[in-house]
Write a protein that binds this ligand. Structure first.
Ligand SMILES: [Zn+2]
Length: 105
């Protein structure tokens, strides 16, 4: 499964508790079509202490969410947009459907 969202992209959440919030994609699970976004969909994890450098306790971590719950924020027109993959010469680029601009490969 090829996703139109990449690590490092800015996305906006379009459904659920975090609707309307934006964040940076920190992990993509292309196989399952899920993404992890900085500061969004936080869950509490109980971590066991493992040595002095990693104290245990409860910490907040972003959890994976379905790719369909987020939309890429176009760096050109700053709108949450649909993108489609397009072949231009021997390159494959992502094109914003709102402004028609390239949003990176
Ligand atoms: Zn755009």
């Amino acid at each position: 499964m090829r996703l139109s969202i990449r690590k490092g992209d800015l996305v906006e959440v379009i459904s659920g508790d975090d609707k309307g919030r934006q964040g940076k994609v920190i992990e993509v699970d292309a196989r399952k079509g899920r993404v992890k976004i900085e500061g969004i969909n936080m869950v509490k994890r109980h971590e066991r202490a493992s040595g002095a450098r990693k104290p245990g306790g409860i910490i907040d971590k972003p959890a994976f969410m379905d790719r369909s719950n987020v939309m890429l924020v176009c760096p050109r027109c700053s709108k949450p947009s649909r993108v489609h993959l397009e072949r231009r010469g021997d390159r494959r680029v992502r094109v914003c459907k709102s402004c028609g601009g390239e949003v990176g490969s």
